[in-house]
Design a protein around this ligand. Sequence first.
Ligand code: HEM
Length: 180
Amino acid sequence: MKGIVFTSFISFLENELGLIETESIIIKADLNSACAYTTVGSYDFKELLHLILLSSQSFKITPKHVSQRFGSYLFTTLTSSSPQYVKNKHSCFELFETINNVIHMEVKSIYPETTPPRVHFKRISSSAATLHYQSHRCLGDVMYGVIEGAGNYFNEKLLIERNRLNKKGSEEVFTVIILQ
Ligand code: HEM
């Protein structure tokens, strides 16, 4: 997995919990990588899951809620590192319709070893759409937060509903309604 998701999680912890608490979580996690990832390096995503689990004790919220909060932060990291994808877009739906065929496709062509999630966008009306998420990493909670982050970015209030298509969560349909 590209290191940007991992390094973004570490900076999320630093921002939310401070440097000392983050350091103590990293030491407790005893990761093989010793956190020596760069934004363009690759890493084992199970280490991310381990850090989410450990940090939920410090946040005093469930791992699911840590993942969602992180997703929102990740959106900011991704758009700051690649502003060209949000430039000239006026709504989150305009961005969402480019995830599969533009954004993640370009990511894949630049870094062939990555496997970005498939996110199939389908517009139902001007204010409603579905995002069909498929990933072996089963990061639907992070996905939820990324959608929220996009709503905040475009100043759109979103109603997000999720429907898991299988037990492990490798496939989910998110229905998104823009309320205002
Ligand atoms: C704004 C520009 C974006 C860029 C540059 C970008 C790029 C990336 C990259 C590099 C990864 C890591 C892939 C890997 O490690 O194999 C990733 C993962 C991910 N992306 Fe995007 N992305 C963007 C927008 C979005 C949007 C708008 C969504 C959903 C609404 C999204 C959903 C996700 C999720 C959920 C992951 C986590 C990995 C997984 O679930 O398997 N991304 N993205």
